[in-house]
Write a protein that binds this ligand. Structure first.
Ligand code: BGC
Length: 736
């Protein structure tokens, strides 16, 4: 629609119509046939029931037939015929569920990550979704927090690259921008939701401004620069002010400084929660504060609906409401909804969902996101040999390996299990499968879904029986392939934990199997870094497979047999114990560092009962190949430094490799991390191949913010560190 026409439509709206546009509700208010029902929203406490045919958007209806009916119903009954916006929690796949974001980021294959996002966008589009509530770009350094699985991890550079790839993948670029097969991205949660005190969900956040500017805000800003259309606020307080009512954060920083001009949606009920925080006196005050903070859409509360009609009698609020509604209409227009309110829905063709091409991308992403932490030459395994393998643990035959958010639109029945993958490549006689332990204590927690879970996962059995059976099977085998970890409800939203060790029954199983003196390969299914200190020594090889998505079984088997070679690197450190948390690589130096201090051993920065280093640090990740890299040269101009280095594959295995380049050791007005990642590259090298690579490092990476948010640049001496699978080489450079 031309802007002039959109303006005319906007001018024709009454205050009530405008307020309705700022309401976002769960799609439950529509029954199966798409007809409206007010039952489920009564509880929200609308003072005056809004005209639901005029509301702005709904979310988490993922059934295209239902969405079609809903849109039809709205267009028939609403007076202004403004189409509804359909949003959804598509976090790492619609039906083709990919590995969780924490895993994906470790692939460092940002093109592949973008391709996966394109698949998610296409499948969402074909099911009538207009906006996806992702990527989540909250920097995370505390694995107690369950939502680390949704984040690209602890590192700023990695998160920024991830942000750009996913936003571009969803929204499309150039002439395809928001067109067919693309959707708008809603990044979240602005800001710093990933740093809750004590790792406890929804807890407050205390951060210095410099840390906010230099680290936590960076990934969101990268997404805004990539043109993300929406931003979601966060639940947390930031330095005493709730993010959802924070004018400085949302207006001064997000809108003015970053130049964000799209729709700002509150997180679920976050506007009403301003009152619960003790930040707003009452509901009207909450509406006022959120509106002034620049929040355009009220997700799942009646606060705007109840409060705004009275508030907008004052011009300052009326102006803000107009801005909000205009932004919502502009988004609907950009998506082409006025021309085609059934966008995507008219083209539904289920044949295009979960296609072979999509599954191939998912398989590649599994291969590239599983992290090999340890390998005493046991891997790759030899299929079609005499080797007998006991496959122990419930994950091999489980369909519940998609992770927390996949249940919104994914289907566990789509999962290609590890068992299916192994049976494809090994002779049946080589393999014995045994459950080892129950993945769930009971299925009661799944309520009405209980029977389905039981059917796909098998009945709960006596633990001692399962243990005994596993030992017997393992005794008869040459190698034990042991699957361990978390079940999918243990991470994701609302799953903070204080104990990050494996459950007691899994530890017992590992120890009993170790008694048999057979080599053990561990496959760790998890949504977060766990504390593996007690058990790590029992494994000859250990592969973190995360929650790998629908093609997990295929990708993992390819890695086990060497059809694919592991190349992923951890994007979040695995602590030695919970007491070290937060433990991450980009630490600043204390005045009394453990190494290099003039003080006696006691009075340096350390623990008396644990090392300072995590068990597996950020960047850990092995390959079957052996790589080496050496700096060759560095030349600078006004904008960037061009460096070259030689890279060799010194093995008989072909493989992908991600050289990482860190910036080290320099002094500044604001003390900088001892090292921080500033560039990565991703290459395939054939066995024994050797190449010279170049990397361009923009001079902007040498800048940093102070506590006022002002940018600094110090000319001087720096060190670039090339890291090839943990082997490091330094290159001193001068920057003027
Ligand atoms: C989460 C968001 C999510 C929203 C809608 C909230 O509880 O924090 O990330 O998008 O619910 O489901």
């Amino acid at each position: 629609m031309e802007e002039q026409k959109l303006k005319e439509l906007f001018d024709s709206l009454s205050i009530d119509d405008k307020v309705s546009q700022t309401i976002q509700l769960n799609g439950d208010l529509f029954v199966e046939s798409g007809v409206m029902t007010t039952g489920p929203v009564k509880d929200l406490g609308f003072k005056k029931e809004p005209n639901f045919y005029e509301i702005g958007s709904i979310y988490n209806v993922n059934d295209y037939q239902k969405l079609y009916q809903i849109q039809k119903d709205v267009l028939t009954n609403s007076s202004h015929k403004i189409p509804l916006l359909f949003m959804s929690d598509i976090i790492y796949g619609f039906r083709t569920i990919f590995p969780i974001p924490l895993a994906q980021a470790g692939s460092y294959d940002f093109d592949l990550i973008q391709q996966a996002a394109e698949v998610s966008a296409k499948e969402s589009y074909l099911n009538g979704i207009h906006v996806v509530f992702s990527p989540m770009l909250d920097l995370v350094r505390d694995p107690r927090w369950g939502r680390v699985m949704e984040s690209p991890g602890e590192d700023v550079y990695t998160s920024k690259q991830f942000a750009k790839s996913v936003v571009n993948g969803y929204q499309g670029e150039k002439e395809m921008y928001l067109k067919e097969n693309h959707v708008a991205a809603c990044i979240k949660h602005f800001a710093a939701y990933g740093a809750p005190e004590s790792g406890r969900e929804y807890n407050q956040v205390e951060l210095s401004n410099q840390k906010l500017f230099n680290e936590y805000l960076q990934p969101y800003q990268a997404a805004v620069e990539a043109n993300c259309e929406l931003v979601m606020t966060a639940f947390n307080l930031l330095n005493g002010v709730p993010a959802t009512g924070n004018q400085w954060l949302n207006q001064t920083i997000l809108r003015e400084r970053f130049g964000f001009n799209g729709v700002l949606v509150s997180d679920y009920a976050a506007i009403a929660e301003l009152e619960t925080h003790g930040f707003a006196k009452d509901s009207e005050d909450a509406a006022k504060k959120a509106l002034l903070a620049g929040v355009d859409l009220d997700m799942m509360t009646a606060t705007y609906a109840n409060g705004l009609p009275e508030l907008v009698k004052k011009s300052e609020f009326a102006k803000r409401l107009d801005e909000a509604v205009w932004r919502i209409l502009v988004l609907k227009n950009k998506l082409g909804l006025f021309e085609d309110p059934f966008r995507g829905l008219t083209q539904v063709n289920t044949g295009e969902i979960l296609t072979q091409e999509a599954k191939d991308i998912a398989t590649q992403l599994v291969e590239k996101s599983c992290v090999l932490l340890k390998n005493k030459s046991l891997l790759p395994l030899k299929p079609k040999s005499n080797q007998k393998i006991a496959v122990v643990g419930p994950y091999a035959d489980s369909h519940f390996t998609l992770g927390f958010w996949a249940s919104v639109s994914g289907k566990s029945s789509d999962v290609f299990t590890l068992k299916a993958g192994l049976l494809e490549q090994f002779d049946e006689e080589q393999l014995f499968f045994t459950r080892g332990f129950n993945l769930y204590e009971s299925y009661e927690q799944f309520g009405p879904l209980k029977a389905g879970f039981e059917q796909l996962n098998g009945p709960i059995e006596e633990e001692s029986f399962l243990l005994q059976q596993a030992i017997e099977q393992a005794e008869a085998a040459d190698v034990i392939l042991l699957t361990i970890g978390e079940q999918f409800l243990e991470s994701g939203e609302g799953a903070s934990k204080t104990n990050l060790q494996l459950p007691e029954k899994q530890i017992r199983l590992i120890k009993e199997l170790a008694e048999l003196n057979k080599p053990i390969i561990g496959l760790l299914y998890t949504g977060r870094p766990l504390v593996l200190t007690e058990v790590e020594k029992y494994f000859d090889s250990l592969l973190v497979v995360w929650f790998p998505g629908v093609m997990g079984g295929k990708g993992i088997t390819n890695l086990l047999t060497g059809r694919a070679n592991p190349s992923a690197r951890l994007t979040m450190s695995f602590p030695k114990n919970e007491g070290q948390i937060p433990v991450y690589y980009a630490q600043t130096s204390t005045g009394r560092p453990l190494a290099d201090s003039t003080h006696s051993e006691r009075f340096v920065s350390k623990y008396i009962d644990a090392p300072n280093e995590p068990l597996f640090s950020f960047g850990t990740g092995l390959s079957y190949a052996t790589f080496a890299g050496h700096w060759q040269s560095a030349k600078g101009n006004e904008e960037m430094i061009r460096c070259s280095y030689e890279l060799k594959n010194r093995s008989e295995h072909d493989g992908w490799i991600t050289p990482q380049i860190y910036l080290l050791n320099y002094s500044a007005e604001i003390v900088q991390p001892i090292k921080r990642l500033i560039a990565t590259q991703h290459f395939f090298l054939k066995a024994n191949e050797q190449k010279v690579m170049t990397v361009e490092i923009p001079k902007t990476v040498f800048t940093y913010f102070d506590n006022q948010g002002d940018l600094h640049f110090d000319a001087g001496e720096y060190v670039l560190q090339l890291d090839i699978l943990g082997k490091q080489e330094n290159l001193p450079i001068k920057i003027s």
